[in-house]
Ligand binder design. Structure first.
Ligand SMILES: O=C[C@H](O)COP(=O)(O)O
Length: 331
C-alpha cells in the first residue's frame, strides 16, 4: 500500500460519496443457473489469502481503524437488557480509549452501526442519539426465519418504526435447498419493500445452504430482489463466515456490478474475533472489489468480540505493550 492509500484508509469521515441504492431487477433465472463455484480453485485461493496479506506495520493502525469503522457492533443474546445495550452504544461512540485515538490522530472514530434484536432497537436509538451511528435490527424471525411470513414482514415494519435505519433479514434456507428460486426472489422483494428507506442486508446463512453453488445463486437472487448488502451468517449457525464463502459472495457482487452498474455491500458475520482476521478480510475486499468496497457503506463486519482484540492491538502499537484481556472485554 502507498502512503497516499494509507492516509485515505485512515480517513474515518464516511461515506464520502453517496452511492445510488440497488433498486433490484427482474429475476433472471438464466443468469442464476449459470452461476458456478469451483470449490477446489476457491479453496486454494482462500488458503493463500492470509499469507499474501501485505499490510505493512506502519499502515497497520490505519487498517485497524478502518476495520473499526466497518464493525456492526452486535449483541444478540436472550439476556440482552437496555443497560447492556446502552454500554455497547457507549463503546460504539468511543470504540477505543481517547488517549490512543488522539495518539493515532483518529479522534471521532466510531463503529459502523450497532446491531440488536427488535426489542433493543429503542434503547439503542436513545443511547446513540446525536452520534450519527445507525441502529441495525435483525428481523424476520431471526435466526431461523421460520415464523409466519406476514409476521416476518410486520417485524421489519415495527423495527423501522422503532428507529432502525438498517434491517438484517434472514432468507428461507428451504427455498435454496429445494431450488425454489422464484420463492426466494419474491420473499426478498417483499422484505425490501417493507424496509422502505431503511437499508436491507440479506443474511444467507451460508453454513446451511449445502454448496458453494447455492451460495452463488442465493447471492445473485437477493441482489436481483434489491438487497443493499449480502451477509454470510446469523452467527448462530454451526459454520459462520469463512473465506471460501466470502470469495463466492464477493465475486457474485462483482458480477452483479459489472452487469447492472449497482454496487452491493458485503457483510461477513459470525466468529470473526481477531484483528488479524479482520485485516485478511479487508485485503480480500481490496483485491477482489477495489478500494470503493473498503468504506463502511459497502463493507461491514458483523461481530460481537472483534473490537476488543483490535483495541488491544492498537494499544500495543501506540504504547508498545499489551494490557490485560479484561480491560477490553466489552465489544
Ligand atoms: O451478525 C453478527 C453475529 O451475530 C456476531 O457473531 P459473533 O458473536 O460470532 O461475533
Amino acid at each position: 500500500m502507498t502512503t497516499t492509500e494509507a492516509t485515505a484508509l485512515g480517513t474515518h469521515h464516511l461515506p464520502q460519496t453517496i452511492e445510488p441504492r440497488n433498486p433490484g431487477m427482474a429475476l433472471d433465472l438464466d443468469w442464476v443457473m449459470q452461476a458456478r463455484a469451483n470449490r477446489s480453485a476457491i479453496e486454494r485461493r482462500a488458503a493463500s489469502l492470509p499469507a499474501r496479506r501485505s499490510v505493512k506495520k506502519d499502515n497497520q493502525a490505519a487498517w485497524l481503524c478502518r476495520a473499526i469503522s466497518c464493525i456492526d457492533l452486535t449483541t444478540l443474546a436472550g439476556d440482552d437488557t437496555a443497560g447492556r445495550v446502552a454500554r455497547l452504544c457507549a463503546k460504539a461512540r468511543q470504540p477505543v480509549r481517547a488517549d490512543l485515538l488522539a495518539a493515532l490522530g483518529m479522534e471521532g472514530l466510531t463503529v459502523g452501526a450497532v446491531c440488536v434484536y427488535h426489542d433493543m432497537v429503542e434503547p439503542a436509538v436513545a443511547a446513540l442519539q446525536g452520534s450519527g451511528i445507525p441502529v441495525a435490527a435483525v428481523s424476520t424471525g431471526f435466526p431461523a426465519g421460520l415464523s409466519p411470513f406476514h409476521l416476518r414482514v410486520a417485524e421489519i415494519e415495527e423495527s423501522v418504526k422503532a428507529g432502525a435505519a438498517e434491517i438484517d433479514i434472514v432468507i428461507s434456507r428451504r427455498h435454496v435447498l429445494t431450488g425454489n428460486w422464484q420463492g426466494l426472489y419474491d420473499e426478498m422483494r417483499a422484505f425490501r419493500a417493507a424496509c422502505g428507506d431503511a437499508h436491507v442486508k440479506a443474511i444467507l446463512a451460508t453454513g446451511e445452504l449445502g454448496t458453494l453453488q447455492n451460495v452463488a445463486r442465493a447471492s445473485l437472487i437477493c441482489m436481483m430482489a434489491g438487497a443493499d448488502f449480502i451477509k454470510t451468517s446469523t452467527g448462530k449457525e454451526s459454520v459462520n463466515a469463512t473465506l471460501p464463502v466470502s470469495l463466492v459472495m464477493i465475486r457474485a457482487i462483482r458480477d452483479y456490478y459489472d452487469r447492472t452498474g449497482y454496487r452491493v455491500g458485503y457483510k461477513p458475520a459470525g466468529g470473526i474475533s481477531k484483528a488479524k482476521d479482520a485485516l485478511v478480510y479487508l485485503s480480500l475486499m481490496k483485491e477482489e472489489l477495489g478500494d470503493r468496497w473498503l468504506r463502511n457503506d459497502m463493507f461491514r463486519f458483523g461481530a460481537s468480540s472483534l473490537l476488543g482484540d483490535i483495541e488491544r492491538q492498537l494499544e500495543h502499537q501506540v504504547t508498545g505493550a499489551y494490557s490485560a484481556n479484561w480491560r477490553h472485554a466489552m465489544g
